[in-house]
Design a protein around this ligand. Structure first.
Ligand code: G6P
Length: 753
């Protein structure tokens, strides 16, 4: 209230002052105008009268002079006229004027003497008067003067009237401006603020209400964005707190982002967290001239993003987007996620040659097929190996620079792109706690032995304090490989390797997704997305009763062609599903620079076309193949609407699609068909487990998924959800950080003893 009073007073004072200054200027200009006008008129009158008077003066006709003077002296606004002779004696004068003009005779004399007219303001009988004196001539020269006295009092009167009008106008203007401003403030600012305040209050009281529209979007955009973020954070925090309370109540121990944050802080203390992976979580790319943000399809990104969001820290990765350099600071860093910054992304730049040798060559044509037994022969080139080493050194350099000044940092290295990094980091920073997580399978020693640089890779990995895999069998394969290849002491009881004075612990950490009810914001109404199926299929020009979904990067390890063959057999064997079942296959093109991947794109496309051609009708085809990038949100719609999800990898470290599908099914519906060669199949026992090479079994599995008793399907999904919920990504991160901190302590004891 006091605030609005102050506002009104300031407005009134401000507007009044401004208007008053303008009024004074206007009044002065008006007065000046009137005076100039009068002077001009006086001059004109004197000139024309002078022309009449001069002949009479020549004739010394005083009678006629008096007649003219009397006649003109009565004109409006003329006080009087006088004609003087050469000695300034009055020859004719308007009656009654004589006694007042004595004071002006000096002026008359000066005009006669100087033969120059004069005009000026004076006071006559206490009246403001304009006097104009004109020298009069006869042939022999100046013969006298004509003086005209104009009444100038009207100027003051008019100025006074004008002043009154101006004051009234200022008053009206001030009132108008103040009232309009107050109304604008009330409607455009106070009302939206009041609405927002009410909304925040409602949120504070736990009510779920949509954000009110703030009308003036431009004006309020920054505020609206901040408040919306704040509200989201509040909502998530509240949900987490409720979840915590619920868990305490039910004595469960579910991992939530909040619990992970506290856990990481208690385990790692103030030590900063550094993560390194090849693939970055946010890529900036050009679309025309605009820059857009892309979240790449990568299991590593899916898994690590929630941890970094929870624990802050710095993530180093290859800056691979074509607009990446436009969005970093001078230290190649930026805060992400772009719309809600929570941690730092440091981009490392690689040359085309680096990428060619390290990423496409050694990592993806060498190590990837080496570790995935999927019948694509690994290719090892000495040049690629050199690049791989050089890029590992480059990342080590960047990481060491970032860690400068950080005491006892914790480092989480990711995947097969960085097998040499643990040793490179540890050599320079023995105080760092270093873990590397291998996201792909580890094959048996015979298979791994194909690699000409297996010893160097193993040595690099064993620089870490902790090496993590998805499953115990990958850990076992790794330990066997070390045992057979390097001079070291493998402890099979403690699952560790000792080389020199360094101890490396090898442990399974089954990776997962961010399944946490606390983290699910605005979950859709139960079943509403399920009904989306018809719409989704219609969008693709297909009508079908049942829908299956497959989501992959187009990679030969994913068994996409095997899946299509399984579908073909299913339609042959159970023809009643022709026209009724449709598989939507989302395929993100991946690593297409590599010939095998490039060819595979064509093979998958051709296989889908072949099967479609065989079965399709006017409004239906068995496979809708979508070979392009899809956002997380787009994929969610398919997950939620599908009857079944097909994961038929020929070999896979874990496979997060299976877990994402389960996490999306909050309706406890949908069946998961899962390859026995995925790490996930060890955990997800309620899935329909298949051998993707067994086409007959695949076909039967699809049939079984569709005819399964609804209560069984729902019970299975319920149990699957319990598993993913319990073993979510926060638990993975918590176990990994616990492992990291514990191992250092044990390692010291062992080294010292
Ligand atoms: C797998 C690997 C990741 C990789 C992802 C996508 O999940 O384990 O390290 O990021 O595939 O592959 P890309 O080569 O596109 O990064």
């Amino acid at each position: 209230m006091r605030m609005s009073l102050r506002l009104i007073v300031s407005l009134i004072v401000g507007v009044t002052l401004l208007s008053a200054v303008f009024a004074i200027f206007q009044q002065r200009a008006e007065k000046r105008g009137l005076r100039n006008d009068l002077a001009k008129r006086a001059e004109i009158l004197a000139e024309s009268l002078g022309a009449n008077v001069e002949p009479l003066l020549a004739k010394s006709s005083r009678r006629n002079l008096q007649k003219i003077v009397t006649q003109f002296g009565n004109r409006e606004r003329v006080t009087g006229i006088a004609v003087f002779d050469k000695s300034a004696n009055t020859l004719a004068i308007t009656p009654g004027l004589e006694s007042y003009i004595i004071g002006e005779l000096g002026t008359v004399s000066r005009v006669i003497a100087g033969d120059a007219s004069y005009g000026g303001f004076t006071t006559l009988n206490q009246n403001p008067t304009y006097l104009y004196v004109l020298p009069l001539h006869i042939e022999s020269g100046v013969a006298g003067a004509l003086a005209i006295f104009h009444d100038a009092s009207f100027i003051d009167r008019q100025t006074a009237r004008l002043r009154r009008e101006i004051y009234l106008r200022v008053l009206a203007q001030t009132l108008f401006i103040v009232l309009t401003t107050l109304l604008i403030i009330r409607w455009s600012i106070l009302r939206p603020i009041a609405r927002t305040a009410k909304w925040v209050r409602d949120l504070r009281h736990g009510k779920r209400v949509p954000r009110p529209s703030l009308g003036e979007e431009d004006l309020f955009k920054p505020l609206a964005q901040e408040v919306t973020h704040l509200a989201k954070v509040l909502e998530v925090a509240r949900a987490a707190a409720e979840e915590e309370a619920r868990l305490r109540e039910s004595a469960e121990s579910l991992w939530t982002p909040e619990r992970l944050r506290i856990h990481v802080r208690s385990k790692l203390g103030d030590r900063p967290l550094f993560v390194v992976s090849n693939r970055e979580p946010y890529m900036h790319t050009y679309r025309g001239k605009a820059v857009e943000v892309v979240v790449p399809a990568s299991g590593v990104v899916t898994a690590l993003e929630p941890i970094l969001r929870t624990c802050e820290g710095t993530w180093l990765a290859h800056g691979s987007g074509d607009a990446d350099r436009e969005t970093v600071d001078e230290r190649d860093r930026l805060r992400v996620p772009p719309d809600e910054p929570q941690y730092t992304l440091k981009r490392v730049w690689l040359s085309k040659e680096d990428e060619e040798g390290y990423y496409f060559g050694f990592s993806n044509e060498g190590l990837w097929p080496l570790c995935h037994i999927a019948h694509t022969r690994p290719t090892f080139r000495a040049k690629d190996w050199e690049c791989y080493q050089a890029v590992n050194r480059k990342f080590a350099q960047a990481l060491l620079e970032e860690m400068n000044g950080a005491e006892e940092p914790c480092v989480l290295l990711q995947d097969y792109h960085f097998a040499l990094l643990p040793r490179l980091v540890k050599q320079r920073r023995p105080d760092a706690r270093v873990a590397i997580f291998w996201h792909i399978p580890w094959p048996n020693p015979e298979a791994f032995g194909i690699c000409p640089w297996q010893r160097e890779l193993l040595d690099g990995l064993l620089g870490a304090d902790l090496v993590g895999f998805h499953t115990q069998s990958h850990c076992n394969n790794f330990l066997q490989t070390v045992d057979r290849t390097l001079e070291s002491r493998v402890n099979w009881e403690r699952f560790s390797v000792e080389r020199g004075s360094h101890l490396t612990q090898v442990r399974p950490f089954p990776i997962s997704v961010a399944f946490s009810e606390a983290g699910e914001q605005n979950p859709p109404a139960r079943g509403s997305l399920y009904l989306d199926r018809g719409t989704l299929l219609r969008e693709q020009g297909v009508e079908a009763t049942f829908m299956g979904i497959g989501v992959e990067r187009v990679d030969y390890t994913k068994g996409i062609i095997e899946r299509f063959r399984g579908l073909e057999r299913f339609l042959e064997k159970y023809p009643s599903y022709c026209g009724r079942f449709c598989l939507v296959q989302i395929g993100e093109p991946s690593r297409t620079h590599i010939k095998r991947y490039h060819d595979l794109l064509g093979e998958v496309e051709a296989e889908a076309a072949r099967i479609n051609w065989r079965f399709q009708t006017n409004h239906w085809r068995p496979i809708v193949y979508l070979p392009r990038h899809h956002t997380h949100q787009e994929i969610q719609r398919y997950y939620k609407a599908a009857d079944l999800c097909l994961v038929t990898s020929l070999h896979d470290g874990m496979n997060l699609v299976a877990k994402e599908f389960i996490a999306a099914r909050d309706d406890d519906q949908g069946a998961l068909i899962l390859s026995q060669f995925t790490g996930a199949s060890h955990q997800l026992r309620d899935a329909i487990i298949v051998n993707p090479y067994d086409t007959e079994q695949l076909a039967d599995a699809m049939h079984f998924a569709l005819v399964m008793d609804p209560s069984e399907r729902s019970a299975r999904m319920h149990r699957l959800r319990q598993v993913v919920k319990e073993f979510n990504i926060y638990r993975w991160a918590a176990d990994l950080t616990s492992g990291l901190s514990e191992i250092r302590l044990e390692a010291h004891v062992e080294v010292e003893s």
